[in-house]
Design a protein around this ligand. Structure first.
Ligand SMILES: C[S@@+](CC[C@H](N)C(=O)[O-])C[C@H]1O[C@@H](n2cnc3c(N)ncnc32)[C@H](O)[C@@H]1O
Length: 281
């Protein structure tokens, strides 16, 4: 006997409710073309919650208890976390050769850099930055640095804090760096690698929704990476975030955006120094 279980359908009314809420709270645009994606990603949540209708899911999500308990899961469902080690590598080359090394060579080899990766996902961007900084430290022992990673999603932050990855993720990294910065799992069948403590000692993580008016992070930074997240936001929200990040940049600080992102035409207090790299003005 064939028993077919009907999958819940995301009707127009619930889609509008959810997409308006996601856009307002997370800044992530949810046009009609994303409806199928949202429906299929939320099916898992409905299954776990044993719900057969999206209307029940909405009632729960928008209740006081749902806002506390379900909202964090919904954030993980709707965000796109794609990232890689050394993604868009020319950014790291620019940072090393045009910012950090020139500063150190003109300041008797010493200096401190505070770096913030503001949509750090599962940590590959953070540990790439740490590898670059450790590489420079071999020439400039008096270099100090801190790297803060933040993201809206607790799930990706938890992965980033662990620093454990499938070994195929580090294929892009040269062999000498792999040896220096990664440990292989003792169980060869697992095919896992873990970043060495050396890469974690100057790194910390915190949850931060870039859409909030004020950030919990109180520091200012020399360099902020905000890559491959602005694309999800409307122009107005991008502007708001870029102004917030501006407040968190030190004088002459640098902002790195993703390769398909730009601030051209937004009339913001940054000057372009290279493609997708900006300086506070
Ligand atoms: C595509 S990943 C980019 C990761 C990394 N920056 C890179 O370029 O490889 C986008 C990240 O932005 C995060 N994100 C989405 N909306 C956010 C928001 N409102 N505040 C903070 N982070 C957000 C997602 O959780 C996701 O981890």
């Amino acid at each position: 006997m064939n028993v077919s279980v009907e999958r819940p359908v995301l009707e127009d009314r619930e889609f509008r409710k959810l997409s308006n809420f996601i856009e307002k709270e997370l800044g992530i645009r949810m046009p009609d073309i994303k409806r199928v994606m949202l429906e299929s990603r939320l099916h898992k949540r409905l299954r776990i919650l044993k719900m057969s209708h999206f209307s029940d899911y909405c009632d729960y999500l928008f209740s006081e208890q749902g806002m506390r308990q379900e909202f964090p899961f919904m954030i993980d469902v709707v965000t796109t976390n794609k990232t890689d080690f050394f993604r868009e590598p020319d950014h790291f080359v620019y940072m090393e050769n045009n910012i950090i090394r020139p500063y150190l060579s003109s300041h008797h080899g010493s200096g401190t850099f505070d770096i913030w990766s503001s949509a750090s996902s599962t940590g590959e961007e953070i540990y790439t930055l740490a590898m670059v900084m450790e590489g420079i430290r071999e020439d400039y022992g008096a270099l100090n640095y801190s790297i803060l990673g933040s993201d809206i999603s607790q799930e990706v932050l938890a992965k980033a804090r662990k620093g454990i990855y499938h070994s195929s993720r580090i294929d892009v990294i040269p062999m000498n760096m792999k040896k220096k910065f990664f440990l292989k799992s003792k169980n060869a069948e697992e095919e896992l690698v873990k970043v060495k403590p050396l890469l974690q000692k100057n790194v910390s993580f915190v949850q931060q929704n870039l859409m909030h008016d004020r950030y919990n992070i109180k520091k200012t930074f020399d360099i902020i990476y905000c890559r491959n997240v602005l694309i999800y936001f409307s122009t107005e929200k991008q502007k708001k975030i870029l102004l917030n990040l501006h407040r968190h940049l030190k004088e002459d600080g640098f902002l790195f955006l993703g390769h398909s992102e730009t601030i051209t035409g937004l009339n913001l207090p940054y000057v372009s120094v290279a493609p997708t790299i900006y300086k506070k003005s």
